[in-house]
Design a protein around this ligand. Structure first.
Ligand code: DAT
Ligand code: MG
Length: 132
């Protein structure tokens, strides 16, 4: 669908390291359209809702601590297959497995500081866009 949308978020480490422009550039140059952008400090309750599926995992507390540790850049990107292609641009969850050329492959080494979030399905994208 040409008007498919994904929720993409630059996490606090990405903002602090000056990677906002680099992330936007990669999505723009691919051909996607930025349709919404907001910089915000995240309430703990919002971070917990965003990652609710992971609430039973041992790293959940530190994941939420990380997301609330500084401002994030919350964005909505639009375009054909943006969810799946956005995940490819971002790279694998653990930067140790992310290919060079992906955002995580180029800019991260630790799973707990992996720079960026991207929706993993069209359904979750709709939920996340509504949430944020
Ligand atoms: P993704 O962000 O690639 O969609 P996910 O939804 O499985 O990955 O997990 C969300 C975030 O949680 C991920 O970006 C980093 C953190 N995380 C995932 N697995 C982890 C682990 N084994 N140890 C520490 N943090 C982890
Ligand atoms: Mg995920």
């Amino acid at each position: 669908m040409a008007d498919e949308r994904s929720y993409i978020m630059i996490k606090p480490d990405g903002v602090q390291r000056g990677l906002i422009g680099e992330v936007i550039k990669r999505f723009e140059q691919k051909g996607f359209k930025l349709v919404g952008l907001r910089m915000l400090n995240v309430e703990r309750s919002l971070a917990e809702k965003h990652y609710a599926d992971l609430s039973s995992r041992p790293f959940f507390g530190s994941l939420v601590d990380y997301i609330v540790s500084g401002p994030v850049v919350a964005m909505v990107w639009e375009g054909r297959n943006v969810v799946v292609t956005g995940r490819k641009i971002i790279g694998a969850t653990n930067p140790a497995a992310s290919e060079p050329g992906t955002i995580r492959g180029d800019y991260a080494i630790e799973v707990g500081r992996n720079v960026i979030h991207g929706s993993d399905s069209v359904e979750n994208a709709q939920k996340e866009i509504a949430l944020w």
